[in-house]
Design a binder for this molecule. Structure first.
Ligand SMILES: [Ca+2]
Ligand SMILES: [Ca+2]
Length: 200
């Protein structure tokens, strides 16, 4: 009887130990799977935000191009004769107000868009931290930062960007729009740009 009891006890012990190992393995596998899934979700979300920024950038460039066709000049809140980049200071309402035909100090009584054409519309954001057009009229990217909009106001078919942002300060396009991307820094590889850099 005593031998039987010892065997039983060992079996119970062994069974318990085995179950514990099994449990740990299962927990481990679940952990790995959860990690893989969350990495995939984060990556898919990032891709979706990048895609949305690409579409918005294309729309902004398209709206400026339509304005140019309509008025035979680029939208401008002043009579600037030098290339200007809007958005580096966190604000681009000066251009967006004109393209949306908003009556504001940037477009007083529709002076900068006298035919009152709405060249662009976008999601309205309830705060100045969120993606979309905020209460201040600035259009922000999916990471909540103003789109950068550079326009060739001296009409030499290239747009000058302040030095130190991109490898080349002059881009051979008339309108350059970009988002600083997920990292929020201008001139880093995650930027989303309306133009393609020429290969060297
Ligand atoms: Ca220029
Ligand atoms: Ca960046």
């Amino acid at each position: 009887m005593r031998v039987m009891q010892m065997i039983l006890e060992r079996k119970v012990k062994n069974t318990t130990a085995f179950t514990l190992v099994e449990l740990l393995v299962v927990i481990g596998i679940i952990g790995i799977l959860a990690g893989l899934i969350s990495t995939a979700v984060v990556s898919a979300k990032k891709k979706a935000l990048v895609a949305s920024a690409q579409v918005e950038i294309k729309n902004i460039v398209g709206a400026i191009s339509k304005y140019e066709s309509e008025y035979n000049r680029y939208p401008c809140p002043t009579n600037a004769a030098e290339d200007t980049v809007f958005g580096l200071d966190g604000k681009n309402a000066a251009i967006i107000d004109i393209l949306r035909d908003i009556d504001s100090p940037n477009n007083p009584n529709h002076a900068r868009n006298p035919r009152r054409v709405v060249f662009i519309e976008a999601k309205i954001a309830s705060s100045t931290e969120m993606p979309g057009i905020g209460p201040d009229g600035t259009w922000r990217d999916p990471w909540g930062r103003a789109y950068r909009i550079a326009i060739d106001y001296n009409y030499d078919n290239k747009v000058d960007i302040p030095a130190g942002i991109f490898s080349t300060p002059s881009i051979p396009v008339s309108v350059a729009v970009w988002s600083a991307g997920p990292d929020g820094k201008d001139g880093t590889p995650d930027d989303i740009k309306s133009w393609t850099d020429s290969k060297k």
